[in-house]
Write a protein that binds this ligand. Structure first.
Ligand code: P6P
Length: 350
């Protein structure tokens, strides 16, 4: 359901703060630390508003381009990667509602307040290679329970399956800045009013259609794919002339947040599978702060998310920056991909 423009004009829109007070107040009897979770999510909103303002200045702020350093992934960091990471770390540390932080841009965790009830893993600026060409990028966040209240967390405390997440979301810095959030049961959309700095509820209970005619994959890797992905994509490309009996469209933004937002908004399937290009590497996308939060959102909207072998939200992480294959979106398409993988004997990783 989307909000109509009259609501905006009449000032009857729901702010992020009032939404959280309502949603978390309702379930307060059975989910502890709700007040702290609401405050933490407001802190994330405040940090992402600052990131949005920095991005909107673009070249005028002298913050485009690459910094002269690499992150733990071996990727050249953009100036805005580092700035976005700093904004999130400073805001969440000062807020006091986080026991520790894990960031794509930080080698190890950042211990914060051992008495806080939550851990936050985030990709401060996903898709940042698109920054210099003004294509949408985003911040992805995952909120996990800090089980050992009172103890300073270690990296091992982040190693919880994605189904344990208390909340997850992303902020998409596009033509408008959107916060997409799930507390587990539904997915709702907030639009940033650049004038007031408020996030207003503008769409509720996103639902991923079970069928689709749109897929997203980086086809430059085609010669490296394993047979199930090759079969699936070839059937999509055969369209009406093949067994699918319908034509498909292809999209590839190059920012996971952009591709996933399209899937959540109108259905589709997004794939970044394991391939033979880097056989010893499980996938391109990171589990804790990309695959896990996005899978949490897609499932809360009625979609599905797998690696090919298993449900992403069931994976027990073993490393902070662990990578996994990702296939997510319209449920019937994911079930088809699951079937193709079940029938396939994967050659040993060489
Ligand atoms: P490729 C961005 O760097 C990212 O991590 C995801 O946001 C995106 O989906 C993927 O990598 C793009 O990968 O191979 O197209 O550059």
């Amino acid at each position: 359901m989307t909000v109509n423009s009259n609501d905006a004009a009449q000032g009857t829109l729901t702010t992020l703060k009032s939404y959280l007070d309502e949603q978390l107040g309702i379930s307060s009897q059975n989910t502890p630390h709700n007040e702290s979770l609401a405050a933490l999510l407001n802190d994330i909103g405040r940090a992402c508003r600052q990131i949005s303002q920095a991005l909107n200045h673009g070249a005028l702020a002298g913050i485009l381009g690459s910094a002269a350093q690499q992150n733990v992934q071996g990727e050249t960091q953009k100036t805005l990667d580092i700035l976005s990471d700093k904004i999130l770390v400073d805001t969440l540390q000062q807020g006091g509602h986080v026991a520790a932080l894990a960031s794509e841009e930080q080698d190890d965790i950042i211990p914060c307040n051992p008495d806080a009830a939550f851990l936050v893993a985030f990709d401060p600026l996903d898709g940042s290679s698109n920054i210099d060409i003004n294509i949408s990028v985003g911040t992805i966040f995952s909120i996990l329970p800090h089980v050992k209240l009172g103890q300073m967390p270690t990296a091992q405390d982040f190693f919880q399956p994605g189904k344990q997440q208390r909340a997850a979301g992303y902020v998409l810095y596009g033509p408008s800045t959107l916060l997409i959030l799930s507390l587990g049961q539904r997915v709702d959309v907030f639009t940033l009013d650049p004038k007031s700095g408020e996030f207003y509820l503008t769409a509720e209970q996103l639902s991923v259609p079970v069928d689709t005619q749109e897929f997203a994959i980086n086809t430059s890797n085609q010669r490296h794919w394993h047979a199930p992905v090759t079969q699936y994509i070839e059937e999509c490309l055969a369209g009406k002339t093949g067994i699918r009996g319908k034509d498909f469209n292809m999209r590839w933004v190059g920012s996971m947040v952009g591709d996933v937002h399209r899937v959540l908004s109108r259905g589709g399937v997004f794939l970044y599978p394991h391939d033979r290009k880097n056989p010893g590497v499980a996938g391109r996308l990171r589990l804790l702060y990309e695959a896990s939060p996005m899978s949490f959102l897609v499932e809360a909207a009625g979609g599905a998310a797998i690696t090919g072998e298993q449900r992403i939200l069931d994976i027990m992480p073993l490393q902070l920056h662990q990578r996994v294959p990702v296939m997510l979106g319209s449920r019937h398409e994911i079930e088809r991909l699951q079937g193709y993988h079940a029938a396939y004997v994967k050659p040993d990783l060489d």
